[in-house]
Design a binder for this molecule. Structure first.
Ligand SMILES: Cc1cc2nc3c(=O)[nH]c(=O)nc-3n(C[C@H](O)[C@H](O)[C@H](O)COP(=O)(O)O)c2cc1C
Length: 456
């Protein structure tokens, strides 16, 4: 290896439009097949053959209904609605792969921890230890109203719930069952030794869970903990718990952000390298730079600004104002809430606003070119920005993955940035990411419950 190895993730969601607005209309794009089991299996095989470490499955449990005051545009755009449950597609992909990891999003805000803990243990077993959990607290007010609440739980309160939620599931995953609890001793007639399984008797401000955990420990026990965050309370939670963080960055701030995450983990008593940082990136690659640029332009031509406004919960309708109108004036003219517009955007014209929120096409983590150029750019992100890997935006299913696999993976392998194709079966996601054992390191807060210590 000449340098730091790239962690290679695909960003995906079970829906027609995840984050690449309007592109479901691209000729040959298979987004509409997201309800087809064959779609997920073709994708999984392409990822594994292409050297990807994992696929990261996003999820929302509500509709985007701020823009134009309803979810009609979300429906027209296929924007994260309709969608399917991401936990259920994991076994489908696991069945046709041996090494690919799965990061799945699940919110701590609406469904209680006990049943979720069993679902994740189930996935850890069925994938043979290849599963991770992206801990989110959910941000859509519409979701709150579908789970029995009248309004969204305030941001920092959601994170307080998340902290207790994590505590409960750690107790179940790490503390409730000993490694040798299952004995399968036919001669003695003992399947599980009762002395090695215990209740957790968690009683907290929000959750009461007696236990025991219903599943025996999977290969990793606790799935790899992922988090995507930006706020101070979110970073504080990540510092303690996250093993892998996703970030979106614009501008040259990523190096500082990466260091802030690593410093925060150290301050929380963990090793500096116990938290990997992945940045969202976009790659357009072809045999020549000209072809790659042409591909980018084709894709851009299909983008939908309406989809972008829906996704960013824009509180005014830019299509109803002259391009030179100042955003603050447009919001005022519609009687909207200026507080919901980022301060930096308020003084822009409507045309500048649209360009600014459409930054995905010009963002820093964009690589367009031939295979060597793209590999150079990725090496720059690893070495200069100090990220550990990328979470690849998917513009086209399956060309985004196939192009990367065909053009970039061989170059990165040659340069020692990706491992050679291997058949290392039985390697858990945690081992793949950290090169250590399948279980959490001793410095992680979940480990304090091992053997039933600190419970109840
Ligand atoms: C790359 C990335 C992926 C995300 N995926 C999801 C997701 O699938 N579901 C979700 O509810 N939130 C998702 N989020 C939102 C975050 O969980 C979080 O709410 C957001 O980054 C704001 O951070 P904060 O909660 O610390 O304020 C994602 C964020 C990023 C940066």
């Amino acid at each position: 290896m000449t340098g730091k190895r790239l962690l290679l993730n695909l960003f995906e969601m079970g829906t027609p439009t995840h984050i690449t607005h309007g592109l479901w209309r691209l000729p040959g794009n298979d987004r509409h097949r997201y309800t087809d089991i064959a779609y997920w299996q073709e994708l999984a095989v392409a990822l594994e053959e292409g050297g990807f470490d994992a696929v990261f499955l996003a999820d929302v449990v509500g509709a985007y209904d701020v823009f134009r005051g309803g979810f009609d545009d979300a429906l027209r755009e296929g924007l994260q609605l309709p969608n399917i449950d991401p936990l259920l597609v994991i076994p489908v992909m696991a069945a046709v792969t041996k090494r690919l990891g799965f990061g799945v999003t699940f919110s701590t805000s609406y469904e209680p921890p006990f049943a979720f803990a069993r679902r994740m243990s189930t996935l850890d077993h069925l994938t043979r230890g290849r599963v991770g959990w992206n801990v989110v607290t959910s941000y859509l007010p519409n979701a709150a109203r579908s789970f029995g609440l009248t309004e969204e739980i305030p941001h920092d309160e959601r994170y307080a719930i998340a902290a207790e939620y994590l505590d409960v599931v750690y107790k179940l995953w790490e503390g409730s069952w000993d490694d040798d609890a299952v004995q399968r001793d036919a001669a003695r007639g003992v399947y599980t030794d009762p002395a090695k399984v215990r209740r957790i008797d968690h009683v907290g401000p929000r959750f009461s869970v007696a236990g025991p955990h219903l599943s025996e420990p999977g290969p990793q026990r606790t799935p790899v903990i992922f988090q995507a965050t930006a706020s101070p309370v979110g970073i504080a939670l990540a510092a303690q718990h996250a093993e892998l963080v996703f970030t979106i960055q614009w501008g040259a701030t990523v190096h500082a952000t990466v260091q802030a995450f690593r410093d925060a983990a150290v301050a929380a008593g963990r090793e500096r390298d116990s938290l990997k940082v992945l940045v969202q990136s976009a790659v357009f690659v072809a045999g020549t730079e000209a072809e790659a640029r042409a591909k980018l332009e084709t894709y851009r031509a299909f983008r939908s600004e309406i989809g972008l406004f829906v996704h960013t919960s824009t509180v005014f309708d830019p299509t109803q104002h002259a391009p030179s109108t100042i955003v603050a004036d447009a919001v005022a003219a519609e009687g909207g809430d200026l507080g919901a517009v980022r301060p930096l955007l308020r003084g822009l014209t409507v045309a500048e606003y649209t360009a600014a929120v459409d930054e995905a096409w010009t963002e820093e983590f964009l690589a367009v070119g031939d295979p060597e150029q793209v590999a150079d750019r990725i090496e720059h992100w690893l070495d200069v920005d100090d990220v550990d890997g990328i979470n690849l935006r998917q513009y086209h299913s399956f060309d985004t993955v196939r192009d990367f696999a065909r053009y970039v993976t061989p170059v990165l392998r040659r340069r020692g940035r990706l491992p050679e194709a291997d058949d290392a079966e039985g390697v858990t996601l945690r081992e793949r990411l950290f090169g250590r054992g399948p279980r959490l390191p001793d410095t992680h807060p979940a480990r304090r419950y091992r053997g039933g210590a600190h419970l109840g």
